[in-house]
Design a protein around this ligand. Structure first.
Ligand code: MRU
Length: 342
């Protein structure tokens, strides 16, 4: 990204001492108006940042949580406590639990080491998680661009929410595909759903695309049907927060509607996600926990009352797209088609 601030990074402590460092996050709640970084020096700082979406997007949450564990990595017990607490921050993105399980395992393996070495071991694991995510994003981009290589030059690709560099430790999942198509000279035109209620599409995806000089058009979520009917969309690509064993995929609320519309208009609908987003312990999407968030996000979007006081609100943050609506899942290992098992 030009002009970019990194989504997350580990900052060395005094004397370039890595383990005395802390986590720096780009505060995504302030984008696109302001580029503000926040210093997280405790597990609780990161817990709060995840909960209020200062850092968000399934893989980025996992990376941030892994670094958060390092802020408490004095002993195996403090690692366990940190993991237990971080696991309560958000329920849907399985990447969070996947990353915490890796940190717990690293803690177990290093339990008998002296404190300094133990902390180094934990930080090395968090950095490995971050680096692997960066690589998975790059590989997803390649596989996705190969998959979409037959689309005519300048084709319309619709995306929902933000599955870009802001949502991962690398260049993104769905957006990585688009960035790679652009690098290959395919000139994709991206239709960006604004993504109610918190506007991750309007605030974050458009910000990323414009920084990279990629053509894009912002639409309200309710306009997707009309835009598809007008023949402007040749493919849909979104990210995912958790994919069940049968291929049902949870993603930002509204994704299921987009997938349904894509089916109705004969447009292929793809999910792009790394292996850390797969949860094979759940047979179907029915069992995926769906986060329900504060009603204020709907009644007072960005601080201003937009409905009468006292209204009853339901605010599920995610929905599940059934596998039957998914044309393919783009992973770092290649494309999985729903007819084969995930
Ligand atoms: O509530 P958010 O902003 O964390 O939701 C994010 C999404 O739904 C993304 O599409 C998903 O995490 C995939 S990010 C590569």
């Amino acid at each position: 990204m030009a002009n970019r601030a990194e989504t997350l990074r580990w900052e060395c402590g005094s004397n370039q001492n890595n383990v005395d460092g802390h986590l720096v996050l780009l505060d995504q709640t302030r984008l696109p108006a302001e580029i503000i970084e926040i210093d997280c020096r405790t597990v609780e700082d990161v817990w709060q940042a995840i909960r209020r979406l200062a850092v968000r997007g399934a893989p980025a949450i996992g990376c941030a949580a892994a670094y958060a564990v390092c802020l408490s990595a004095a002993t195996f017990d403090t690692v366990e406590q940190a993991c237990d607490h971080l696991a309560t921050s958000r329920p849907t993105a399985v990447n969070l639990f996947w990353a915490l399980d890796r940190m717990r395992e690293a803690g177990k393996r290093g339990a008998t080491l002296p404190a300094g070495e133990f902390a180094e071991r934990m930080l090395a694991e968090a950095q490995a998680i971050h680096e692997e995510d960066r690589q998975m994003c790059a590989d997803i981009g390649q596989h996705g661009a190969d998959l979409l290589s037959d689309l005519p030059m300048g084709s319309g690709i619709l995306t929902h929410c933000n599955a870009g560099a802001l949502a991962t430790g690398g260049d993104g999942t769905a957006l990585s595909v688009i960035f790679e198509l652009a690098r290959r000279g395919r000139r994709p035109h991206v239709w960006v759903d604004e993504t109610r209620p918190l506007l991750q599409g309007a605030r974050l995806t458009v910000w990323e695309l414009m920084q990279r000089g990629i053509d894009c058009t912002l639409i309200c979520d309710s306009m997707a049907a009309q835009v598809m009917r007008e023949g402007r969309v040749q493919a849909v690509v979104t990210g995912a927060d958790r994919i069940a064993a049968n291929g049902d995929a949870a993603n930002k609320i509204g994704t299921y509607g987009v997938a349904t519309l894509a089916k109705a208009h004969g447009i292929p609908f793809y999910i792009a996600a790394p292996s850390s987003t797969f949860d094979r312990s759940l047979a179907t999407g029915e069992a995926i926990p769906i986060e329900v968030r504060d009603s204020l996000e709907i009644t007072h979007g960005f601080g201003r009352a937009t409905s009468p006081a006292g209204v009853t609100v339901y605010n599920p943050a995610f929905d599940v797209t059934p596998v039957g609506l998914i044309s393919g899942i783009i992973t770092e290992a290649g494309v999985v088609h729903p007819s084969s098992r995930c």
